[in-house]
Design a protein around this ligand. Sequence first.
Ligand SMILES: *Cc1c(COP(=O)(O)O)cnc(C)c1O
Length: 342
Amino acid sequence: MAKKDIDWGNIGFGYIKTDKRYVSQYKDGEWDAGTLTEDDTVTFSECACVFQYAQTVFEGLKAYTTQDGRIVTFRPDMNAERMMDSAKRLEMPPFPKDRFIDAVRQTVKANEDWVPPYGSGATLYIRPFLFGTNPVIGVKPADEYQFRMFTTPVGPYFKGGAKPITVRISDYDRAAPNGTGDIKAGLNYAMSLYAIVDAHNAGFAENIYLDAATRTKIEETGGANILFIDGDGNLVTPKSNSILPSITRRSLMIVAEKYLGIKVSHREVTLKEVAEGSFKECGLCGTAAVISPVGCINDHGKEIRFASGMEKMGPTLQKLYDTLTGIQMGRIEAPEGWIYEI
Ligand SMILES: *Cc1c(COP(=O)(O)O)cnc(C)c1O
C-alpha cells in the first residue's frame, strides 16, 4: 500500500473514482450487514422511487491527514444524526448512527491511499447517500432502499488564499417555512440549479436566499450557512427553521465562544440591518471551504460592501478559520469527541 501518485495541490473539486465504496441494502424492514465493493455503478428499475419522486438524502464530510500523520474525520456523529433527521422527513428508514460511523471508518480505511497528505491542502471528501430503489408509480415512499458511501479526493478549495466573493440577493426562494430547507435532500439542490447558473451568468459567485414568507430575512446560500461579524466583533448567525443546520457553523459557534472569547448570537438577521452596515465581515461556511469570505452583497444593483474589503478574509473570520482548521488538522487540541481517528 502506498499513497497514490497524484499532484494533490492541483486536483480541483471533481469526482475521482477511488478503490472501494460501502453499500447496504434495506429490504423487508431491515438493513443488511453492509459491505465494501469495487463496483462504482448502481442499477435499478427505471421506476425506482428516487428517479420518479426524488426520494434521496445525502451528507458530506471529510477525512484529513493530521500534522502527526493520523487519518481523522471531523464529527461524523453529527453527519449521522443529521442524515437520520433527513431520512425521517422523506419517510425513509434512517441508517443507524453507529453503523454510519462504522461505514465511515471502513470506507476511509479501504481508501487510505487516497487520503491526501498533511499540508497539501487537499482532503478526502466522503459522500454518504440514501435513496429509494424499488419501483413506485403511485405517490408513496419506497419499500427498499440503498445506503451508499463513496470517497473522492478534493483539492484545496482556495488556491493561493481565499479571495472575497460577491454574492447576490436572489429573487428565487430556496425553502418554504415548514418545508424541507432544514434537511440535506437532493431536492433542495435540484431547484437551486437554475438560480445558481443564472447567478453565475450575471457574474455572481452565489445566491443569498431570503425567507420565503416575508423576503426580509437572511437565510443562507444554496449550500452554505452565513456568518456575520458585527461592529462589536461578535459572531452573528441567521436563525430560521428553513436553514440547513451546518455542522461547520455549529462548530464555529463553539470555537468562537470557547477558544476565542467571541460572543455568539444565533438570531433572525434582516436584510435591512445588513444593508444599513451593521456588519463589518461576512462569510459563507460549510464542509467544503470551511469559510469563504464575502466582500460584497449585491441587492438588485445596490452594493452592500463589508469593511473587510475585497482583498482578504476579515480578521475575525480569519481567526475562526485558523482555529477550526487547526483543530481539524491536529495542530490545536480539539473539544472532546470532535475528532474520530480512522
Ligand atoms: C451541507 C449544507 C451546508 C453546510 O453544512 P456543513 O455541515 O457545514 O457541511 C449548508 N447549507 C446547505 C443548504 C447544505 O446543504
